[in-house]
Design a protein around this ligand. Structure first.
Ligand SMILES: Cc1ncc(C[n+]2csc(CCOP(=O)(O)OP(=O)(O)O)c2C)c(N)n1
Ligand SMILES: [Mg+2]
Length: 1055
């Protein structure tokens, strides 16, 4: 509360009296001061905003024309000047009287009320006797004063609702401010502060309660001011601070008001209190046990925020009661082991065994214990319903797991047909510093209400220990609260003092109900402290001496709450001891069991089990990727058509042309890139595989080549998706333009891909190089996820790539970055067996490819599903090749007998006379077409072979070796358009060496651009120069007769 408190203090000098005081007092004082000043309207300096003539001076002297009402009155007056009937009859009468010269104070006449009094409404006259009984003498007509007073009280109520949280007692350690904030606040609200002449009596005056509050019991329509203030303080200024009045839905605001203002809303029965105490005891007992057994082992203990555990359990109980069956959670290091033990009920011996440093029984490199995930299905004892809980494994990178959890949740909802999110939900846990500091949190929130990304409400819990490692909030954020980022999506934020267990329970229940009712995000901010250092080895006094001298004197929440319950007679001391001892015994027993363990199993910590997927499969046997011609034809035709039965669907002329061209290709048994992709997707859909393509502008495609969503040109929001209409029983196809985020959306799609192995989930970058804003997802999850967490994913990254003169960005998708993260050994030629290719795929961490033909693209997409396991696939996709006349494939390369080609060897004249070949140029991707043309131009077709490597990792050692051996007399070149320190060169170079099995006679050398700091030049001219030079260099070294021969042949042809 450091930062919040200083913000409030910062505001106080602006407030009359300067001393910190209750909002109500400040407001009422404002009224008193204004009314005593009685500034005439002309003096309020507001007319400069009005084009209307000034109101008559007599009217300006009316006593109620003060403060906030004056603007309103002036608006009324201006309207009345235009048309007297446009204002209420009472205003009409007032302005007529004032214009006619009525004396100040005499122009206003109260109109008779015609309305039937509703809830909170009582006839104003009914209050008059009480008002006069209070004996307050104002010297003004009683009804006018009363209106002002009522307006002031309404404003007080509203100000509590809006700003009451600033006065709430949220910080258990009271880093700043007077020791007893409650006492101070009481003193500040004393009657004398705003009505010095009749203090106590004014507090007893009765005020009608407006419809915007629920502080009245059912039969209470008016209350003494004292009671109003007291109830507002109970609702908004005790241990809960509610931020919600920024929400732009009246219904939602009222819903929240009701839950916090209704008298008795926060009370908990004895059974609830006992359960709560038991849960706090377990949370505290777990940390104490670990601290005792492993004194200096890092575990990122929860001490100081033990209430996180009962908070999560309450949310789970309530959500289960409201119909949720599966909860997917993401969380950082703090308290993670405790969550696994006490929320998920992961067997304690498995957790304790992690401390023993045992070897793993399964493959992989593993992860530290406070990053591991889990998946558990169990009975919720409170609701007696089954519940599935998953904690997603995460790296150290704080908050990076957020969108992965969201994607996984969304996928589970999708596959279960839970379109409203009633059965599956997510909970995200955060640290205070990370929540406000990490941009991915914002990216996660912005996905929360997008049709293809929403999870229908996430409950966020911040374990707000008011510190991030060694940094104070005042140095780690510029916002008053660490939770302010949630305001962007209108999520209510419940700050709660985590040393008040019952208050925590209340906000958690409300949060769960909110999610179930509105299906929107909500934040619970557990304001707490960190009893120790950042981890168990750190000394916090180095940097936070004051904070820690206070913390060291603090009793734990368990001690405080058990003392409270003993004192109020809810439990006995024996019961408290009993609960504690029982849990300790459970821990001891598990500890003994853990000691007998000899190995740990990473599989025990898997967050996304794919039951039934691996069972019964030969892990080295892959299905076919070719399909029958009939399927290609059918998909092609559908993909080239407008809605079959919608003659009125108006298609853009340009799209009509594209569709016609597609149809012509289908008729000639050819595909371009877009058609090849559609056939891959369509054929998988036919086989029951859900396909999801997500990313920026993917529906049309950045390069306007895809057009998976056709837009009716004369009817808004009327669209047609050909791939959703291929077969009556096909799987669903999802294509969705995403928010402009890479980190968030790639994380989301990765999470999506973890849920169902029988889905093809693709994320496309707008241009390939933009992936680097999502680098953390690639390094921490995609490249290493299986190794760390035995978790597989078949996600596909489509990264437009190619040096086409577009400048430093938009050119290279930086293949080197991905290749560097590949786990393949460059110096090992894998054993040559029949399963060479599939074993390589099985053993790699990622597949990296640059396909040069639509057919190969088609096959590699389909291979993702044909594989008996899942691996991430990174494809560098083309830009200019999308429309290149030669970059087309025949159906012949896609039918049943065909498959993906890891290498496309030279197939021209050179291949038929390999001994005569002088040079073999190996390359990958679009440069092939440029090299091919340059070779032809130079008449070198028989002298130079050009071979394409389509799958870069796993490296096709066997095929490359064969290709090299085929051309015994040729020099070997690697040509690439990326700079020498980029692209594929440094990856392939040692692998070629290995493929040549150490042959010292043959050497691969590089041809292409030199090294550079920037991926591409910004000058088109320079680009063309470099591109031309590259081709010159590639074909350098041939004697002149080669080109003369070519010239001779051409002349002969012309004749
Ligand atoms: C992206 C990232 N940057 C930096 C770190 C290093 N780091 C680990 S914990 C931590 C402090 C986190 O503070 P907070 O979010 O408040 O959580 P707490 O440790 O207080 O529970 C930091 C900076 C990290 N893990 N991840
Ligand atoms: Mg913190």
């Amino acid at each position: 509360m450091h930062r919040t408190r200083s913000l409030v203090t910062g505001l106080l000098p602006l407030i009359p009296g300067a001393a910190p005081e209750r909002l109500a007092v400040w407001l009422v004082k404002g009224y008193v001061q204004n009314s005593s000043a009685r500034a005439p309207l002309a003096a309020l300096n507001i007319r400069q905003y009005s084009a209307a003539p000034p109101p008559p001076s007599q009217a300006a002297a009316e006593p109620f024309l003060n403060g906030s009402s004056s603007v309103y009155v002036e608006e009324m007056y201006n309207s009345w000047l235009q048309d007297p009937k446009s204002v209420h009859a009472s205003w009409d009468s007032f302005f007529r009287n004032a214009s006619a010269g009525a004396a100040p104070g005499q122009a206003y006449q109260a109109p008779p009320s015609l309305a039937v009094p509703g809830r909170h409404e009582i006839p104003i006259t009914a209050l008059v006797p009480q008002m006069s009984m209070s004996g307050v003498s104002t010297g003004l007509p009683i009804d006018e004063k009363m209106i002002d007073d009522h307006l002031a009280v309404q404003a007080i109520i509203r100000s509590y609702q809006i700003r009451g949280h600033f006065g709430a007692f949220l910080d258990p350690i009271q880093i700043e401010g007077p020791k007893d904030l409650n006492e101070r606040l009481k003193r500040e609200t004393h009657l004398g502060k705003f009505l010095p002449e009749a203090e106590e009596k004014d507090m007893d005056r009765i005020f009608k309660l407006p419809a915007t509050t629920y502080i009245g019991k059912p039969d209470e329509r008016a209350l003494p001011l004292r009671e109003i203030l007291s109830r507002l303080e109970a609702a908004y200024c005790r241990h809960i601070g509610v931020e919600f009045m920024f929400i732009n839905s009246l219904e939602q605001c009222n819903w929240i008001r009701k839950r916090f203002e209704t008298p008795g809303a926060m009370s908990l029965d004895a059974e609830g209190k006992r359960l709560l105490l038991a849960r706090v005891t377990r949370a505290a007992g777990f940390e104490a046990f670990l601290a005792r057994k492993w004194t200096s082992e890092k575990r990122f203990g929860l001490e100081g925020c033990e209430m996180l555990i009962p908070a999560m359990k309450t949310i789970i109980d309530k959500s289960s009661e409201l119909g949720v069956e599966s909860i997917i959670m993401g969380m950082p290091h703090r308290g993670r082991l405790n969550v696994l033990a006490n929320v998920c009920r992961k067997p304690l011996e498995q957790i304790f065994a992690q401390f023993a440093g045992l070897e793993a029984a399964d493959d992989g490199s593993g992860d530290v214990k406070y990053h591991l995930g889990t998946y558990i299905e169990r009975l919720n004892r409170v609701t007696n319903k089954n519940i599935r809980l998953a904690v997603v494994a995460n790296p150290s990178h704080l908050e990076a797991v957020d969108t992965i959890v969201q994607g996984k949740t969304r996928a589970e909802q999708f596959y279960k047909g839970d379109s409203e999110g009633k059965k599956t939900m997510s909970i995200l846990l955060h640290g205070d510093a990370a929540f406000s500091g990490q941009g991915i949190v914002y990216e996660t929130f912005t996905l929360s209400d997008l049709p293809d990304y929403t999870t229908r409400g996430t409950i966020h819990i911040v374990a707000n220990n008011q510190i991030g490692f060694t940094t104070d909030p005042r140095h780690s954020r510029s916002s008053p609260y660490c939770t302010d980022v949630a305001r962007v999506v209108n999520a209510p934020i419940f700050h709660v003092n985590a040393d008040d267990p019952e208050a925590v329970m209340h906000v958690c229940k409300v949060a769960a109900e909110w999610r179930a009712t509105f299906h929107k995000d909500v934040v619970v901010d557990l304001v707490s402290y960190r009893r120790g250092g950042h981890n168990e080895i750190d000394e916090p006094m180095f940097t936070q001496p004051l904070m820690y001298s206070k913390i060291r004197k603090m009793k734990s929440v368990m001690e405080k709450y058990s003392a409270k319950l003993i004192e109020e007679g809810t439990v006995t001391k024996e019961e408290v001891d009993d609960v504690r001892n029982k849990y300790e015994k459970i821990c001891e027993e598990a500890y003994v069991k853990a000691q007998k363990e000899t190995q740990i199993r990473y599989k025990d910590w898997l967050d996304s089990p794919w039951s039934g997927f691996f069972e019964g499969k030969n892990p080295l046997k892959m299905g076919n990727t070719g399909v029958i011609e009939e399927t290609l034809k059918h998909i092609g035709k559908r993909f080239s058509s407008t809605p079959p039965n919608a003659a009125e669907f108006v298609v853009h002329k340009g799209i009509e042309r594209i569709l016609r061209a597609r149809m012509e290709m289908v008729e000639t048994r050819t595909v371009d890139w877009a058609l090849g992709e559609a056939m891959a997707f369509g054929s998988l859909l036919k086989e029951g595989i859900h396909v999801r393509l997500s990313g920026q502008d993917v529906e049309r495609g950045t390069f306007s080549h895809r057009h998976h969503v056709l837009h009716h040109q004369t009817s808004d929001k009327s669209t047609y998706k050909p791939l959703c209409n291929l077969y009556p029983d096909q799987a669903p196809y999802t294509v969705c333009n995403s928010s402009l985020s890479e980190f968030g959306v790639l994380g989301f799609e990765l999470g999506y891909s973890m849920t169902n192995p029988n889905a093809l989930v693709c994320w496309e970058a707008q241009f390939g190089d933009f992936f680097n804003t999502a680098q953390c997802i690639i390094d921490q999850f995609i490249a290493s996820g299986q190794s760390k967490w035995v978790r597989q994913s078949g996600i596909v990254l489509l990264l437009p790539h190619g040096m086409e003169g577009m400048g430093p960005e938009h050119s290279s998708a930086r293949p080197e970055r991905f290749l560097h993260a590949c786990s393949e050994d460059p110096e090992t030629f894998p054993a040559e067996t029949e399963e060479f290719a599939i074993r390589q795929l099985h053993d790699t961490n990622m597949i990296v490819a640059n396909c040069s033909t639509p057919a190969n693209y088609f096959h590699i997409l389909r291979r993702q599903i044909a594989m008996p396991f899942r691996k991430p696939l990174i494809i560098f996709t083309p830009k200019s090749l999308l429309r290149h006349p030669e970059a087309k494939s025949s159906f012949d390369d896609m039918v049943e007998t065909t498959g993906f080609k890891r290498v496309i060897p030279e197939a021209g004249i050179a291949a038929s006379q390999p001994e005569a070949v002088r040079k073999v140029i190996f390359c990958s991707g679009k440069i092939y077409y440029e090299l091919k043309k340059a070779r032809e131009d130079r008449g070198l077709d028989s002298a130079v072979a050009i071979t394409r490597i389509e799958q870069i990792c796993p490296f096709p050692f066997d095929l490359i070796r064969d290709e090299i051996n085929k051309y015994p007399n040729a020099e070997l070149k690697w040509a690439q358009e990326e700079h020498k320190n980029m692209g594929v060169w440094s990856f392939v170079q040692p692998r070629f060496h290995t493929a040549m099995q150490g042959s010292s006679e043959r050497r691969l050398s590089y041809v292409g651009r030199g090294v550079s700091a920037s991926p591409a030049t910004g000058s088109k001219r320079q680009h063309l120069k470099e591109a031309a030079q590259l081709l010159e260099d590639a074909f350098a070294g041939f004697p002149k007769e080669f080109s003369e021969k070519k010239q001779y042949e051409e002349e002969e042809e012309e004749e």
